[in-house]
Design a protein around this ligand. Structure first.
Ligand code: GLN
Length: 391
């Protein structure tokens, strides 16, 4: 009997590295510093707002573009935290940032269009570009700074290039584009008439004391940038899957047409709670302050055990240089052995890389965990490394 053929993009694809490593952590009982999520509950004020919304508000379909209260709160949040002036009509609420990325790509990319992606790249981008009929074109960033190289970007641009995807701050490295990088990327987008799909879900998870600056804010970028944010990242509630896209109202309207045939809408009680929490700046600030502390805990523990860290300034992640840390394994072998033998799950950076020259000596660890868990994980990693590689 023959079987109808499923789409090869998915039929030949494994589960994501995040799912794989979390699955192994569950199966082995390992400490999970792989997939990025905080271990504790989200802020009590967010849960109170959710309980109130759940009791008092409608549980039926909210408007497709999002509750007006949340669209307004997102615009106000960006005015307050980034000096961006956008009307609420610029905001489309989505079921998580990944759905926002999908909506943006489906609204922008036509068959045959090329889309520039920077490696390492979040794993959803390339399959979504391909599913839209587009062609991902990877530009490799170079460790340890992961800088944007103008010549490499220019060399990758062709008459078919339609868009670039910029993830800033960058997951998995935790690095942040400089003001000069943003100006250069804006210049190239304008010169070559490109859209910029800006995945800025880590905008509020910065530890360098700098105000986040969006590519959308660069002169001339307003009508070509699609800026994506995430309540899950701002408030440490990754399972909520509440995200949004900000673009000019006419671009946002078209992105909404793509969104209306993906998830259509997002649970209203979650939208009410996020709107309320965004209006109270201390809630998001306290989250970031708490993560700054756990980050210091992980960085300090790793350094004192002789692990070599790559520079980072943002996100819930820090990367270790395996070879400089005395671990003679490539990153995937490290991740698989460490979860089984050291009891610690991580993410191999090369899993977020397509194309040539993937660095294979870097592993990502997540720091938004209780301090006791972080110190225990580092102790287990160090003991295992010392036994396996340093005897
Ligand atoms: N953003 C999360 C991370 O980088 C993973 C999300 C997912 O599992 N798809 O860890």
């Amino acid at each position: 009997m023959t079987q109808p053929r499923l789409h090869p993009i998915y039929a030949d694809m494994p589960v994501t590295i995040f799912e794989e490593m979390s699955g192994l952590a569950r199966a082995t009982g390992a400490i999970n510093l792989g997939q990025g999520f905080p271990d504790g509950p989200p802020p009590p004020a967010l849960l109170d707002a959710l309980a109130r919304a759940s009791a008092q508000q409608s549980h039926q379909y909210p408007p497709m573009a999002g509750l007006p209260e949340l669209r307004r709160a997102v615009a106000a949040f960006y005015a307050r935290t980034q000096g961006l002036e956008v009307p609420s009509e610029s905001v489309i609420v989505t079921s998580g940032a990944t759905e926002a990325v999908a909506s943006a790509i489906f609204a922008v990319v036509q068959p045959g269009d090329e889309v520039l992606l920077f490696a390492p790249a979040y794993d959803a981008y390339a399959p979504l570009v391909r599913r839209a009929g587009g062609v991902p074109v990877f530009i490799a960033l170079q460790p340890p700074q992961w800088a944007y190289d103008r010549a490499a970007i220019e060399a990758a641009i062709t008459p078919r290039t339609r868009a670039l995807v910029l993830n800033d701050p960058l997951n998995p490295t935790g690095t942040v584009a400089s003001a000069a990088d943003l100006a250069m990327l804006a210049e190239l987008c304008i010169a070559h008439d490109l859209f910029a799909i800006c995945d800025e879900v880590w905008e509020n998870v910065r530890f360098d004391g700098q105000m986040h600056r969006s590519l959308l804010a660069e002169p001339g970028m307003e009508s070509r940038a699609l800026k994506i944010g995430s309540a899950g990242k701002i408030f440490g509630a990754t399972g909520w899957k509440v995200g949004w896209i900000v673009a000019t109202p006419d671009v946002a309207t078209i992105v909404g047409r793509a969104h209306q045939f993906l998830t259509f809408t997002t649970p209203p009680m979650l939208q009410w709670a996020v709107a309320e929490a965004l209006d109270r700046p201390e809630i998001a600030q306290n989250c970031t302050t708490g993560w700054a502390e756990t980050r210091q805990c992980l960085l300090g523990a790793l350094a004192s055990e002789g692990f070599a860290l790559l520079p980072s300034a943002a996100t819930w992640f820090t990367c270790i240089d395996l070879s400089a840390s005395g671990i003679a394994l490539d990153d995937r072998a490290f991740a698989l052995r460490a979860v089984h033998e050291a009891g610690v799950a991580s993410i191999p950076l090369s899993a977020l890389w397509e194309g040539a020259n993937a660095p294979t000596h870097i592993a990502r660890l997540c720091h938004c965990k209780p301090e006791a868990m972080l110190t225990q994980a580092v102790e287990q990693l160090a003991r295992w490394r010392d036994g396996a590689f340093m005897s």
